[in-house]
Design a protein around this ligand. Structure first.
Ligand SMILES: [Zn+2]
Length: 156
């Protein structure tokens, strides 16, 4: 217990994720600067967020598969009003929904790019941000070439 005697305003701290037991492997992988997604061992469907049963085949067997930390922007928005005071210095910033390469998963996070450069379909890669000794976050940034992903996810 560290009794904080400093007068630093607590409100300046940004909220951190609190990993559930089910999602712990995802967060542990981020700490190792890897992107791992829960994948059904029966039908190979990727789940994110992770589930206790596969929504496609109802299987209960899962692996934590390391996937390529790249993708393309499915959609994005620009945040102008900070959701909590801790983000006041950051606005305006971009948040993107990204199709992760070679999977059926879309992830949501910050897109670190000049706001004038944003476009649907832009290729991005994940950057890992070690915000505390226990928590690493993932964010997206543009990457030069769309890496070879001839088979872009079999989305219906
Ligand atoms: Zn399945």
């Amino acid at each position: 217990m560290s009794d904080s005697t400093s007068s630093e305003p607590v409100a300046a701290a940004k909220p951190l994720p609190v990993p559930s037991e089910l999602a712990r492997p995802f967060w542990q992988a981020l700490k190792h600067h890897e992107l791992r997604l829960q994948q059904c061992t029966a039908c190979h469907f990727y789940n994110h967020p992770p589930r206790i049963a596969c929504p496609r085949c109802h299987g209960h067997g899962f692996a934590w598969t390391r996937v390529r930390p790249q993708g393309s922007v499915y959609s994005y928005t620009v945040v102008h009003r900070p959701p909590v005071p801790a983000f006041k210095e950051d606005v305006p910033y971009a948040v993107a929904l990204v199709d992760v390469a070679d999977t059926n998963v879309r992830l949501l996070s910050n897109l670190l790019a000049p706001l004038g450069d944003l476009r649907i379909g832009m290729p991005v890669e994940i950057v890992f941000d070690d915000v505390t000794p226990d928590i690493s976050l993932f964010r997206f940034r543009p990457c030069d070439a769309a890496a070879p992903s001839a088979s872009t996810a079999g989305r219906p």
